[in-house]
Ligand binder design. Sequence first.
Ligand SMILES: Nc1nc2c(c(=O)[nH]1)N[C@H]1C(S)=C(S)[C@@H](COP(=O)(O)OP(=O)(O)OC[C@H]3O[C@@H](n4cnc5c(=O)[nH]c(N)nc54)[C@H](O)[C@@H]3O)O[C@H]1N2
Ligand SMILES: Nc1nc2c(c(=O)[nH]1)N[C@H]1C(S)=C(S)[C@@H](COP(=O)(O)OP(=O)(O)OC[C@H]3O[C@@H](n4cnc5c(=O)[nH]c(N)nc54)[C@H](O)[C@@H]3O)O[C@H]1N2
Ligand code: SF4
Ligand SMILES: [Mo]
Length: 729
Amino acid sequence: MDTKTIARQCTLCEAHCGILVTVDGERVTRIEGNPEDVLSKGYICPKATAMGGLHHDPDRLRTPVRRVGDTFAPIGWDEAFREIGQRLRAVRHAHGPSAIGMYMGNPAAHSSSVLYAVALRMALLTRNFFTASSIDQFPQEFVAWRMFGANVLMPVTDIDRTDRLVILGANPAVSNGSITTMPGARTRISEVRRRGGTVVVIDPRRTETARLADQHVAVRPGGDVFLLLGMLHVLIGEDLCDPRAVGEQCSGFDELVRLVEATTPERMAPHAGVDADTIRTLAREHAAARSAVLYARIGVCLQVTGTLTHWLVNTINAVTGNLDRAGGQMFATPPVDAARYGKYLPMGHGAWTDRSGTRKSFRGELPVSALAEDILTEGPDRIRAMITYAGNPVLSTPQRGRLDDALESLDFYVAVDMYVTETTRHADIILPPVSPLEREDLNLLFPVFSVRNNARFDAAVFAPPADGLEDWQILARLITELTPLPARRFTGRALTGLFDQLSPLRLTAAAIAAGPYGVLRKGRKGLTVNRLRARTGGVDLGPLVPRLRELIGTKDRKVNLTPPDFLSAVRAVLDDTDAIEDPGYDLQLIGRRHLRSNNSWLHNIETMVKGRDRCTVLMHPADAAERGLADGDPASVESAVGAIVAPVEISDDIRAGVVAIPHGWGHRGAGVGWQVAAAHPGVNVNLLHDPDRADPLSGAAAVNSTWVRVGPVGATPTEHSAAAVAAPH
Ligand SMILES: Nc1nc2c(c(=O)[nH]1)N[C@H]1C(S)=C(S)[C@@H](COP(=O)(O)OP(=O)(O)OC[C@H]3O[C@@H](n4cnc5c(=O)[nH]c(N)nc54)[C@H](O)[C@@H]3O)O[C@H]1N2
Ligand SMILES: Nc1nc2c(c(=O)[nH]1)N[C@H]1C(S)=C(S)[C@@H](COP(=O)(O)OP(=O)(O)OC[C@H]3O[C@@H](n4cnc5c(=O)[nH]c(N)nc54)[C@H](O)[C@@H]3O)O[C@H]1N2
Ligand code: SF4
Ligand SMILES: [Mo]
């Protein structure tokens, strides 16, 4: 047989670890870490092998399919595009451009086809554009825009050089980092300690990351904003800030001083759920370390205080002199320097709203928690047709269980996805791209957030099938179909020809040539796609360097420490600390990720789901005993908007008063779609989260710290018969 090994990346999560894929003819026989990879240095997690599992998965769609009753039947590409074009144009003609909605999910960011998704979004001219960003990093982008003048300026944690790493609401030992791309995070974290530094983890759960740390602080869910205000009070009150950094880099310090005058550790402690001494020590040690960095992610981002918490994180880093310097928060210099141009993009906050008038648009999109209602609410502006691309919002977003009905009610729905999922099962037509191993690529996004500057090429392992299309080709055909008649008659073919010349890889090659390492700047020795192709471990472009002055987009070219809307929002939180309680419910629900899971879509790979049930309600022994629950018992979990049943998992790793349930579960047993996942369904935790509970500044969904009550099945006030019931009020 024909055995060969090809170097590329695992594109499942942001780490994009370098992998070596060995194939025997048409089969993947081995996937291992690539020791030459300049960023991941041989590290892979157990999910890397799923790249092979996905490729060979018999349930993965290989041809377009059309819905026929409750099943799907294959159709040809041309027939599919013709029908899609007719149906979408008819909706737009009858009801206007915003009648076509679009949702783009997380894997879109993992290939350069995303350039064509952006082009499609522009061609649609719709106001009803949604992405997973509004249930992910929206608060961080919002903060970057208001403090640094550009949404892409989300700073990177310089983990490899810091003397003190303080992690809030992130579990990089499992997630391998996000908006700070750090493959092999466990080693990087352990290295901080090995070189004499300190690691602190602030998290309601003693996580896999907390186990690697010197100190674990079990904060109350949603308590971080108070903890950070207490720290700032100490930093300012005890004169521990860095006057040079504050003077040279920042504006608004005086207002900050006034803001935190009253936020003493003693006052903040009960709301943070952390004692005053701990808060005080965290502040003093942050200031005392040679370099120190606060790193925060999903656990504090997807909160009603998401924007405020990330603002305080950046603020503390800045006032202690840890912004834009080695070992602190920095900005990368990627081969295509998106960060340089971010300041020219209008963010258009509140340029329009969702149909309820409450959720504001931000950088051209609406918060995804508005999706079901924007489809279901009667009226002229209703969404009547949808395009989803690489997303599974039925499982991944809070919609009060109404998104199934909403998608079913559409006049027309086309999905670009390689599976029949809980979401795409509602589509009229599903268009599947080739498998990730059948495409070559050069990711432009993650080098913007990497801990070291780098460029890495992704080689195709297999040639794509003769009739296979990549995502960008599918999206390009959709753009062509949306061109109005009669122009399309003449331009359709020309457009297709043009698109063929403009593959994302070609566009990338041109952008790299013009970028900081490209031939236009560096002459003949500059970086080119062909050179990258030959370097199977990628190219290391050095450590991060200071560049705030060059990148910052605020008017006075200083970091804005006190955007007025942040000040009024934080005052509101301080004035009404009772708002965080929810009468009738006594436990707070947070999320959790597992090493073998990736959001909603790896549960069809046997090696990723084998072993014990992972969709469990993690609960403290005291809370379980109080409710008469034993390990493995089915428990009913109820919130103000929904109820689910899942087995209890008892552990003192979690703070008393808190329960954790992972997202991405709730698969269906139906005969279409994921057959393996159907045997490990789990339940959809997003049925418990209220879509109206959001970060009021950025609009991001607040899916951490939802108030719930938990009890034995049947014993709580509501009866549960099915495994998962939504209880819309
Ligand atoms: N309660 C709660 N909810 C959460 C979170 C949480 O912490 N708690 N986390 C949130 C976060 S951070 C995220 S990123 C979102 C994710 O939310 P989504 O992006 O909506 O969901 P995914 O589970 O990533 O679904 C990805 C889909 O893309 C398809 N797909 C995979 N690769 C490709 C490809 O190359 N091309 C195409 N066309 N399709 C592909 C898969 O088959 C799958 O259907 O979930 C969010 N939801
Ligand atoms: N194995 C695996 N890796 C992944 C993914 C995956 O699904 N599985 N998803 C990828 C994606 S899309 C993303 S965005 C990243 C996310 O990367 P991370 O943010 O590192 O992921 P999480 O594991 O959700 O970490 C959130 C942490 O916040 C804690 N937390 C919850 N509420 C609070 C709170 O109020 N305060 C504090 N301080 N902590 C709180 C939780 O206990 C949890 O440990 O991971 C990526 N990597
Ligand atoms: S951490 Fe795991 S899933 Fe993420 S890129 Fe690396 S190997 Fe793939
Ligand atoms: Mo994410």
